[in-house]
Ligand binder design. Structure first.
Ligand SMILES: [Zn+2]
Ligand SMILES: [Zn+2]
Length: 314
């Protein structure tokens, strides 16, 4: 199960922590002020996902690496075009004469296009960028795979979809056989669609496909984070392609409907537009996030009401 916690208070800039059940690893979406983020949580972050580098999404990057440095860990940072230079500039703005070269290692993944990701290494104390390779996927570890859309916010704004790996359940009571290593062999054959594999059970051989009815595939939980974006058709096509039928999506709803001319001007979204696109994506659950800091709590309630009205409308 993937869980998300909003770590910023109302009137603070946005930061969302993603936690994976049964894993000590966390992921962080954007680096706003996030006063609710603890040092322990920051030290468990193995990957940071930056939507774009407007100051409200990137100002606390220093606060994050302040607590990561010295861990000796490798931390992945994903972000839009030029993210590698912006991180390099931040790191080079401090003095590092007392820091060991093994204090940390950043691996930066710069999103050029959907199938072109440049991977850079960045290490103390000199923080000189080293281009390692170009790859055609963004992020995958043993827990999750991350898909993304490149949205227009008058600059690239990356929306991320965290997809837990599918799991396979074995129905023991239906099998009639004794337990054994054949169960894991069958699961592997099922995952690889290896229908002809011969499975030995209690001295007899069975074709894997004939036993597949003992298994069911459970689709992994899918959680999306969509930050700043213009409420327009092109962005919505991209959002639908990645986030349709997700379990839960957090989506920027910066303005009230009555301020939607500002949304248009600033390439942002507004309450009912964000609710409507989530409805069109048929996501199971959606949460509006990242409201203009000039809004009061009453304004925020107005945003949430308009958002959920559009989301749940028949
Ligand atoms: Zn922005
Ligand atoms: Zn923003």
């Amino acid at each position: 199960m993937i869980q998300a916690e909003i770590k910023s208070l109302l009137r603070e800039d946005i930061s969302i922590l993603i936690k994976i059940a049964n894993s000590g690893k966390h992921y962080l979406c954007d680096c706003g002020e996030a006063s609710q983020l603890t040092v322990k949580e920051i030290q468990s972050v193995s990957a940071v996902f930056i939507s774009h580098t407007h100051i409200d999404h990137f100002s606390n990057f220093d606060g994050i690496f302040r607590h990561q440095i010295g861990s000796g860990e490798r931390v992945v940072i994903c972000g839009p075009k030029n993210i590698h230079h912006q991180i390099e500039a931040r790191l080079k703005s401090y003095t590092w004469n007392l820091i060991d070269e093994k204090a940390i290692e950043y691996e930066i993944r710069e999103i050029i296009s959907l199938k072109e990701i440049n991977v850079y290494n960045l290490r103390p104390p000199h923080w000189n960028l080293e281009l390692v390779k170009t790859q055609n996927f963004l992020f995958e570890d043993d827990q999750v795979k991350v898909d993304f859309a490149i949205l227009d916010h008058k600059t690239d704004s990356i929306a991320y979809m965290f997809k837990e790996k599918d799991s396979v359940t074995f129905h023991e009571e239906a099998s009639g056989f004794r337990k054994g290593k054949w169960i894991s062999e069958l699961k592997t054959a099922f995952e690889n669609n290896d229908t002809d594999l011969e499975i030995q059970i209690e001295g007899a051989a069975y074709k894997a496909a004939d036993l597949f009815h003992l298994l069911t595939r459970n689709q992994g939980y899918r959680l999306g984070v969509i930050m700043d974006h213009a409420a327009d058709k092109e962005n919505y096509e991209k959002i639908k392609a990645v986030f349709s039928e997700a379990d839960l999506v957090y989506i920027e709803s910066f303005y009230k409907d009555s301020d939607q001319e500002f949304a248009k001007l600033n390439y942002h979204s507004f309450a009912s537009a964000s609710g409507k696109i989530m409805k069109e994506c048929q996501v199971k659950e959606a949460v509006p996030i990242h409201f203009s800091r000039r809004y009061t709590e009453t304004d925020v309630i107005e945003i949430e009401t308009a958002f959920y009205k559009a989301f749940r409308e028949n």
